[in-house]
Design a protein around this ligand. Structure first.
Ligand code: MF3
Ligand code: CO
Length: 289
């Protein structure tokens, strides 16, 4: 699409192209010709889309708050599912995981050595000392959001508490690494550095992802990697950072019966926190809070 300087900008701002994204597009073209990987335009959200995503993310966050108020020892993960399902519908929204590629529930609940995508079940009862990831995603008005938090049930062992803490620090190291016109892999490099400094490993087979108009969009966001590599990040990109940090090795296995639940191969603990980020003109905004 070749716009003239006096045409309205493609971003829907209502301004002329020459007053809006023309310099932005020139900068991307020039980076591209220098061999950098640059995002395609469909990964750059308009103001209107960002507002829609923001509203969805607010509801998603209130779902996580509701879980935080109610989660306790003795509860089944299916009870959490019912809570999330009913509350999400009461907000006029839809749980994004429900029926997603055949996934049967309204959130993922991953306990102890489960890395991600654990399925709520009436017979899975929260016990004292468990660590659990609650991963919630919402569709509101067609816009997708996704975030997750860890919860410690009762009193956990020191090593479990430390893993939960350090994995949260890893998420924030990743967020701090998001810079407009910076490199995507800076995120993973920062996370990997922090995790390995504490003797942990970073899961490689799953990563963060673009999100907003679909549940999973480009780019794939690795949580490990090298500084100075990867796609150029630009204002208007929206994606998740959701590092899965293992106490032992980063190798994983997928449950052969349910085809969803991901475990650490060595049975060690795993912990994950997730936010949704918007790259802004001067930094990064956490949409999921
Ligand atoms: N929030 C999870 C993710 O982005 C959802 C995975 S799809 C599911 O990885 F069906 F497993 F829930
Ligand atoms: Co996600």
């Amino acid at each position: 699409m070749n716009l003239n300087r006096n045409d309205l900008c493609w971003c829907g701002s209502g301004s002329k192209y020459k007053k809006c994204h023309i310099d932005f597009d020139d900068k991307l073209d020039s980076l591209k010709s220098q061999g950098y990987l640059v995002p395609p335009r469909e990964l750059i959200k308009t103001k209107e889309q960002i507002e829609g995503i923001r509203k969805s993310a607010k509801i998603n966050n209130s779902v996580l708050d509701l879980v935080a108020e109610n989660i306790k020892e003795g509860m089944s993960t299916d009870e959490i599912d019912k809570l999330v399902h009913d509350y999400t519908l009461s907000c006029g929204a839809i749980p994004a995981t429900l029926n997603f590629q055949g996934y049967p529930k309204s959130l993922c609940t991953s306990i102890n050595d489960e890395v991600c995508h654990g399925i709520p079940h009436k017979d899975i009862i929260l016990k004292n000392g468990d660590i659990i990831n609650i991963d919630v995603s919402t569709i509101f008005n067609g816009y997708y959001s996704d975030a997750s938090r860890m919860f410690i049930i009762g009193e956990a062992r020191d090593n479990a508490k430390r893993l939960v803490e350090v994995s949260k620090e890893c998420l924030y190291k990743g967020i701090e690494a998001v810079k407009p016109w910076g490199h995507l892999d800076h995120i993973g490099a920062s996370i990997q550095e922090h995790a390995e400094k504490h003797g942990y490993s970073v899961v490689r087979d799953f990563g963060g992802h673009g999100i907003g108009l679909e549940f999973h969009e480009g780019p794939f966001v690795p949580h490990y990697g090298n500084y100075g590599e990867g796609m150029i990040l630009v204002p208007g990109m929206v994606f998740t950072i959701e590092p899965m940090i293992n106490e032992g090795s980063y190798e994983i296995v997928i449950d052969q019966d349910d085809k969803w639940t991901v475990f650490t191969e060595d049975g060690s603990l795993s912990s994950q926190w997730e936010h949704m980020l918007l790259v802004t003109e001067d930094g990064v905004e956490i949409l999921s809070k």
